[in-house]
Design a protein. Structure first.
Length: 279
């Protein structure tokens, strides 16, 4: 922050006939409605400009940057100097890429030099981390063994709880079962409709044009789906979380006993989502 305040280049370009107030400026950065907001004020406290940028172009590079920083701090503890230097070079490269994206997104709105863009990108990372920490991911993929019980229940419940605030899908390791009737019944009790769900596997999802890298987080609900998700994302900086939710299939003898087991799974999913994402 000190370096940014001491040395920077931030200018507002002329746009048509609009008079641009001269600098220096006071710049406020924030995230509002999942957008990066630049609030530019003159030294006298008058509004000079305000522009909003989508966070989507920054999502992957911010993830990459946090991942490489973690690798760097881990390496400092035990790795040889040559390894530390290699990781640090990669870190600087990702930092430069983030600064380039920021300059690209600011084109026509503000003019910043490379050093200023790098320092602003650092602040964007901090803001992005704060917005994501404990908050609702923008896109979630739920996974289980067959995409017939737990993952479609989770998909439907999350859509019910959060509406259009997040993009939600579900898959299975295999696609060999239809949606479970007890899952439909248990979710219907809380207003979640699953009857039209069609099961699909990880591979089928990607064949349909849905890339795993497009999701913020994969939530796995079974050991098999956890293993498969980690295999498929080993080259991505993508968060994979395991939620040990009960598998209700095969529990109970009577219809009511079986349905109660599915209700328990449903309620576990509701509680976990509310606890994780503050529904």
């Amino acid at each position: 922050m000190f370096d940014l305040m001491e040395e920077n280049r931030f200018a507002l370009p002329a746009r048509g006939d609009r008079i641009v107030p001269p600098g220096p400026y006071n710049l406020g950065l924030s995230i509002r409605d999942k957008r990066l907001v630049f609030d530019v004020m003159t030294g006298q406290g008058e509004k000079a400009a305000e522009f909003h940028l989508s966070l989507s172009p920054f999502r992957q590079v911010v993830k990459d940057y946090f991942q490489i920083c973690k690798s760097y701090f881990d390496a400092v503890k035990t790795a040889a100097p040559s390894q530390i230097e290699t990781i640090d070079m990669a870190r600087r490269g990702i930092h430069n890429e983030g600064a380039r994206i920021l300059q690209e997104r600011l084109d026509g709105k503000a003019e910043v030099d490379d050093a200023t863009a790098r320092r602003l990108f650092t602040l964007v990372c901090v803001l992005h981390f704060g917005a994501e920490l404990g908050g609702l991911p923008q896109s979630v993929l739920f996974a289980c063994d067959h995409n017939a019980v737990r993952s479609p229940m989770a998909e439907g419940i999350m859509k019910k709880l959060f509406g259009t605030e997040a993009y939600v899908q579900s898959v299975g390791v295999l696609n060999d079962l239809e949606i479970d009737g007890f899952a439909i019944a248990a979710c219907e009790e809380i207003g979640v409709q699953l009857a039209r769900h069609r099961s699909r596997s990880f591979e089928e999802m990607e064949e349909m044009g849905e890339a795993l890298s497009g999701f913020d987080v994969i939530v796995t609900l079974s050991p098999a789906s956890q293993r498969r998700a980690l295999e498929l994302t080993r080259y991505y900086h993508l968060s994979v979380e395991y939620w040990p939710v009960m598998d209700p299939t095969g529990i109970g003898e009577t219809r009511e006993q079986k349905l109660n087991a599915y209700r328990q799974t449903r309620d576990q999913l509701v509680q976990r989502m509310k606890g994780s994402w503050s529904a």
